[in-house]
Each structure stands twice: as structure tokens, then as C-alpha cells.
Design a protein. Sequence first.
Length: 301
Amino acid sequence: MIKARRIIRIQTEATPVLNRCVTHFNSIVSFIHSIYKRTFLVGENMKKAISIFCFVVLCSTSYGQANADELFKAARTAAFEEKNEAKAIQLARQALSLTPHYADVEIFLGRVYSWTKQYDSAVIHFENVLSYSPNNEEAIIAYSDIEYWNHHYDKALAVTTKGLTSHPASEELLLRKAKILIAQKQYKEASLVTDQLLKINNKNAAAIALASSIRDAVALNKIGAYYDYLYFDREGMKPWHLAGVSYSRQTKAGPVSLNLNYAKRFGITGWQGEVDMYPRISKSIYSYVSFGYSPNAVTPK
């Protein structure tokens, strides 16, 4: 049996990249040394060969990572400061060629592809990240966004729902799920999601606004009223009084609203009746029709 000799650690004052290599090398050498103590029939030449191989591999990995970081930084500068998406894509692809499983770079590349409307390429990169990092929340959000923007609501919902299994308290994912359900006119389910989100964070402004819009969407009948008082810091200008009441109803053709408006301006008082309608032409297109009449000069006739 050959007795293993103590392996001397390497110390250096070289560049940061080399320092990183040496740090990794020292760790692997310690590991190999511990194995040497527990094994036998390991020749000195074999020990040297293994050590050199580990050093070369670790230095190559560290050097590639450092270069990928620099390329990623340059790609972000190209995209956000220079507004040059083509250059950003080229630099990000170079970074990935050095470090293939660099999730941040690949998600960034997918988003740039989506900005340039290369949706298929974007999806490929998001799916690739999720293949080696299935719980990557940023990748899930980006994937859900691109499917939602392209009106692929079923796919967007599936991606978001799956992401919530690993990130159940994610406000970003819950917010996206609620928006997708609203787009599918599943208001009851969307309301449950916003309620869940507001339990996590009752100050989430986007969730509060979304919950309000859901209530408006599901209301069959609505009654409203308003009053505005405008004061002018100018001699001779009297305050304005504007008020009104309204009744709205959801119909199969679209919402219809009846309004009665009151105005007192320039010392003149007047009333105006108004009808607003939003006839639907298709699922994604609607029109607006309005008719109003007033016998007084203070409001449009």
C-alpha cells in the first residue's frame, strides 16, 4: 500500500478569475486527499493526473462563467440603454454558448425575443429553463406573460397554475392567474384568486383594482351618483356645481347606461339627459354609442 502524502494548498495573488479557480481547486484537492487516505494502490502519477485534470476543468468553468457574466451585462446595456435588441440577442446567445444552463441569461433572451415578436423562439428558451430549473419563478412568469399577450389563455393558465404549486404565495403569479381568468370571463374564479392574494398582501394596489373591476363586471344592475365642486381663486368667478345620477344594466348586446346630469356654471343652471350604450361586435371588439339632449345653454344641446 502506498501511503498518501500531505498535499500542499496553493496560494496566489493572481487575477480574480484565477483566484476563483484556485479556491475551487483547493476544495477539490482536499476532497481527493481525503479519498487517498481511505483507498490504496493509488500511484503518484495517477494522483498528479487527477489533480491536473481537476484544476484545468475548474479553471475553464470559472473563466467561462466570468466571460458569460460580462456578456450578460453587455447584453442588458444593449437592450435597455442602447435599445438595440439584435445586439442584445447576439450577446446573450454568446453568453449561453459559454454557460448553457445560465437561467438568468436565457430568461432575458426569451424576453428580448418576445419584445421583437419572435414568440416561438421566446417560448423555446422559457421551456428550456424550466426543463433544468422547473421551479424557476421568473421563467414561469415570463412564459405565462407571453402566452397571455398572445391570447393563449388556456396555456397561460396552465403555466401559471403549475407555477403556483411550487410558489403558492407568489403575488405575481396570483395576479396573473386572476387576469387570465378575467380574460376568460371566469369572474367567480378570478374573485377567489384576488381574495387569496389580498389575504397575503391587503395593500397590493393591483389586486385591489382588479377586485374592483371584477365586481363591476359581474354586477347586473348598477346605480351611481357623483358631485363635483370647482372653486376658482379669481374675482368674479363663481364656483361650479356638477352632479349626476346614473343607472346601468348589463344586457346580452352590451352595457346600457341612463344618466341625468346637472350643472350650474356662470350663473346658469341646466339639466341634461343621456344614454350610453356599448354594443358588442365580437368577443374582443365593442362599439360606443351615446345620445344626449339638453334645453339649456350650460350643457351641450
